[in-house]
Design a protein around this ligand. Structure first.
Ligand SMILES: [Zn+2]
Length: 377
């Protein structure tokens, strides 16, 4: 009897503390819903415009992603849009029903998410990829769900780099932005490869304990899975999700990928590592072969060259400012013939305005190699 009383007290305390932790949100918000054939977009007052755009983007994503990922959800997907944070993010889950949560905020310029063309399209593509991959359930797990309610999602039981990696591959393939186009992301990976500190498969399969933290899952996962898809075909992950989604025993990720590609993730990782080493070694060689002038440019105006030196020469072999002009920026858009380069025109105008060239040639002896103090700033 005494034990029963203690048990009852524990239950009451548990309920009370759970109620204390609940977050009901702003009770003054009024909520509305936009319905489309495959989605219900829930939003609060003030977000009507963005909810309409999300609904349109989601239907477009459904049309493009379902054939590629080989799965169409059996129910509509709920999308909840809120605007109570400055963080640009979203999330997706499939149990007990498919739901995507989106923040209305776009990323800032310095964010690894900063390479996007249309933020809504990219975010919706990313999160809906999660839904289509994780919701892919058949065989005995699907039978269990039909009896017990939606309880099993074998594809959820995978390392984060697989889930996030595929979503980043899709956000890149289906938009003109995406993290696989991000020069910042590419720089992170290139540095790891050239410095021979590529993270191991076990390191990215667990909570990140090294820089760049959780971005490891997105950075390594996207590049690795992108390489697998490029190597084994665009349908690879539709086949892997279908195989793993019918599996009763979780964590057999190597069995699923081996049935599709003939190789385990450990074997594929070594192939990817060799590919990266070849790729970035070739990039490095190409850069070194250019022997360009390494120019220190003005922070307030990058079109102003403060000083230049041959990148292969020791730092003391600094060229004079006057020898750096006219400076032609490397651009993906070539200057049409008979049109003077804008950067050259502006630089010449700047030179004549500030008399920079004459001051430079006056202060630096002819043929001299003195370092310009401003280069060190
Ligand atoms: Zn994600």
């Amino acid at each position: 009897m005494r034990r029963a009383r203690w048990l009852a007290l524990a239950c009451v305390l548990w309920v009370v503390t759970r109620v204390g932790q609940a977050h009901a949100g702003d009770p003054y918000l009024e909520w509305y819903t936009v319905k489309t054939p495959h989605f219900r977009v829930h939003y609060h007052g003030g977000l009507e415009g963005i909810a309409q755009r999300i609904a349109s983007s989601a239907e477009s994503a459904h049309e493009r992603l379902v054939p590629q990922l080989g799965w169409a959800p059996k129910q509509v997907t709920e999308i909840v849009v809120t605007d109570d944070t400055d963080s640009a993010n979203g999330s997706a889950s499939t149990i007990p029903y498919n739901v995507v949560r989106l923040f209305a905020t776009a990323p800032d310029d310095m964010s690894p998410l900063g390479d996007y063309d249309n933020w809504i399209n990219e975010l919706v593509t990313h999160e809906y990829t999660h839904i289509l991959q994780i919701d892919n359930t058949s065989g005995l797990p699907a039978l269990g769900n039909s009896i017990l309610g939606k309880t099993f999602a074998p594809n959820q039981a995978q390392p984060r780099w697989i889930l996030e990696g595929l979503a980043v591959v899709m956000e890149t393939e289906h938009t003109s932005g995406g993290r696989l186009r991000s020069s910042q992301f590419d720089m992170y990976l290139r540095a790891d490869v050239l410095e021979q500190r590529l993270a191991r498969l076990d390191q990215i399969s667990n909570p990140a304990r090294r820089w760049p933290g959780g971005n490891l899952w997105y950075l390594y996962g996207a590049n690795f899975i992108g390489w697998i898809v490029d190597t084994y075909g665009p349908d690879t992950y539709a086949a892997v999700a279908a195989d793993y989604g019918a599996s009763v025993v979780p964590w057999g990720i190597n069995r699923a990928i081996r049935r599709v590609t003939g190789r385990t993730y450990e074997q594929l990782y070594e192939g990817w590592r060799a590919y990266l080493e070849r790729k970035y070694a070739a990039q490095k060689q190409a850069v070194l072969a250019r022997q360009p002038l390494m120019c220190c440019i003005g922070r307030w105006n990058p079109k102003i060259v403060l000083t230049c030196r041959n990148s292969n020469a020791p730092p003391s072999k600094t060229a004079s400012i006057s020898s750096a002009f006219p400076f032609t920026r490397i651009s993906s858009r070539p200057t049409p013939p008979n049109v003077k380069s804008t950067s050259t025109t502006r630089l010449n105008a700047f030179r004549s305005r500030t008399n920079l060239a004459s001051r430079a040639s006056a202060s630096i002896p002819a043929g001299g190699t003195r370092s310009n103090p401003s280069m060190n700033s």
